[in-house]
Design a protein around this ligand. Sequence first.
Ligand code: PLP
Length: 401
Amino acid sequence: MTTKPATSPFQTSDNVAKMQASSTLAAMQAAEALRAEGANVVDFGAGEPDFDTPENIKRAAQVAMSAGKTKYTATGGTRELQQAIIDFYAKKFSANFGRNEVMATSGGKQAIFNAVVSLINPGDEVLMAKPYWVTFPEVVTFASGLPVFIETEDTGFVLSADQVARAITPRTKLIILNSPCNPSGRVIPPAEFQKIMELLVERGIYVITDECYLRFVYPPAEVFSAASLPAELRATLCIAGSFSKTFAMTGWRIGYALAPREWTREMLKVQGHSTSNPNSIAQSAAVEALQGPQDSVAAMLSEYTARRAWLLHALREIPRLSCNEPEGAFYAFPSVRECLGGELTTSAEFVARLLAEEHTVVTDGAAFGAAGYLRISYATSMEQLEEGVIRIKRFVERLKA
Ligand SMILES: Cc1ncc(COP(=O)(O)O)c(C=O)c1O
């Protein structure tokens, strides 16, 4: 039981009381406070592209507004958007989804929320790899489920089928996979992904695979969607997708879920009684995002590729920092363990002092279940990256062992 202050009139929900507020947002607020004091802050905290939404997508939204597409749509989205999503997966991954297996959502986050809430009963165990995206355990807690974490440090944060097998218990109902991973940037190789899915299907465990960073993958790693798996491996699978990162559309709040008919039907109930349909104008914009020219996606990817290469090299030059290769998304996830034990004992202290002394924002790995690490977002300009790395290096060199 959670304790509530005796004087408070609010008898809040126990599940919501157990949830943590977003720690990534807390870092943003700390940086904002420093900026307000006039500090020159370098911000590696952002979980969103630094690019603007491509012009063709914005124009599609303007046209939709002028054409009066400003009313409620069907709960699961317009026919046009549903078809555009189906066509994208058919073309790219040779997958055949029906109209009753797709729904548009208010961001990938709502797809995950719908999928968890419509499946989980009190006490059901939900597996997720560490480090995890911050929202996963919170949504599970909200649904009265029990988040169960899989340690993956010994495989460099790449989840393996063996690790999953060891974590399954008779109460395991669901696993949430995320590749490319926020925060580690690691990618589960397609063959291992298939092995994981074979195991889960054999054990009757449901799967949500969060494909938010689907298209931001750096060779030799390959773009891979669970949609490309044989149909028998997709019988209990929900794909949660997003337009936020791929098309620099974070503020538009548009995403989707692809799941078996029965699961989709339940998710539609949750969505229908919470947000109804996703924003009608954002839906028209999303159709253009999928069907219009893809050159802006390629341009963003090429920029991230250059930044990633530069950053990884620069971070590896800093003494006492070590960094696995992030194969996707737009984050590096270096370990600062070797900097701890002297003046600093935790990565949280590292983050706080880096902000106070060098006005540089990074996110503590502990927020993602991986204390001792930092998440550095390279969704920022090359100049900011260069300046930030100078500051991190200066800070680390100053630290007494
Ligand atoms: C791993 C992951 N999944 C899902 C999302 C949700 O994205 P959105 O709700 O903006 O589509 C994010 C956003 O940061 C993310 O990092």
